[in-house]
Design a protein around this ligand. Structure first.
Ligand SMILES: Nc1ncnc2c1ncn2[C@@H]1O[C@H](COP(=O)(O)OP(=O)(O)O)[C@@H](O)[C@H]1O
Ligand SMILES: [Mg+2]
Length: 290
């Protein structure tokens, strides 16, 4: 079923011109106005794969309770950048990095830091929905807790809360025992979001979470992102300019010009679409390349 609001947005998605995206972008919310920590900062991040310098000197702040979109052509290092944030990059053979990632002022790379704990605080949702197909829907939601050996008082309550926050509860409440693999792609992705939420992360990294989904599922996930951002910090990689305009408070434009990927410009999303400072940003957001 499509609500009036959704069908209106679907229409907008298909008819909007890139240069009017600034009107779509929502009014920026003042960073730091929510009592949910100080957020996330990256300082001078570089990344390498063997000798290949993939990312150069990225410094970005992500205020608590905001959504930041990362945009830019394929291969400019967006995925690599977010993998440095939750320490997934270092598990790729031959990969190296430099720089600092501060969560609530603490460096997640400080010696002695428990990587498992970082992954709990900084969750991730991938492009291709990856629920455990033969686990039930309910087990999928709670699977992260089990892996991290976390105990909770009331599992059923938590399961429902996570499914509600992920915007999936009403569709699955009568079949929590069905396999995760029996859901549609869009539902599977929301199940993955619910699973990420169960361990109560402060930050959620989303790497093109909608690129494999139909427009209706995409809008449902965007709705979920807006709701979630009331209580957490979200970074979303997207190739969909309309999506960046609809869900994010800030947008950062990445580009690699024959060398390592760089961050060209970051600004409130409406500014990136209405008055980008850099000509390359303008060319990209108006669809001239990429
Ligand atoms: N696992 C990997 N091994 C080697 N090179 C990689 C790997 N992942 C990404 N790269 C390289 O790093 C650069 C950035 O890639 P990526 O972060 O995936 O870009 P994006 O997400 O913006 O498309 C590219 O040149 C890519 O080929
Ligand atoms: Mg990528």
């Amino acid at each position: 079923m499509t609500t009036a609001h959704e069908s209106e947005t679907v229409k907008m998605q298909t008819t909007v011109k890139p240069n009017s995206l600034a009107d779509v972008a929502q009014a920026m919310r003042a960073p730091g106005t929510r009592a949910i920590g100080t957020g996330l900062e990256t300082r001078g991040i570089h990344a390498w794969f063997g000798k290949h310098h993939a990312l150069s000197n990225i410094s970005l702040d992500f205020a608590a309770g905001t959504v930041t979109a990362l945009i830019g052509p394929s291969g400019c290092g967006k995925s690599t950048f977010i993998r440095t944030i939750n320490r997934m990059h270092e598990f790729i053979p031959g990969a190296a990095m430099a720089g600092e990632v501060l969560l609530d002022g603490k460096d997640v790379y400080a010696p002695g830091t428990d990587v498992t704990k970082i992954r709990l605080q900084i969750g991730m949702v991938f492009q291709k929905p990856n629920p455990f197909p033969s686990m039930t829907i309910g087990e999928n939601v709670l699977s992260g807790l089990k892996l991290a050996q976390l105990k909770v008082e009331n599992k059923d309550e938590l399961m429902q809360e996570c499914l509600e926050r992920a915007g999936l509860w009403s569709e699955v409440k009568d079949r929590l025992g069905a396999h995760g693999g029996s859901l549609s792609g869009g539902q599977q992705q929301r199940l993955c979001i619910a699973r990420a939420l169960a361990v109560q992360p402060q930050v959620l990294l989303m790497d093109e979470p909608c690129s494999a989904l139909d427009p209706g599922s995409t809008l449902r996930i965007e709705d979920t992102i807006r709701h979630l951002s009331e209580t957490m910090t979200i970074i979303i990689v997207t190739h969909n300019m309309q999506q960046a305009a609809r869900v994010s408070d800030y947008t950062a434009f990445f580009l690699s010009e024959g060398g390592p990927g760089q961050m060209i410009e970051v600004a409130p999303t409406s500014d990136i679409f209405s008055r980008p400072q850099d000509e390359r940003t303008e060319n990209y957001v108006t669809g001239r390349f990429g």
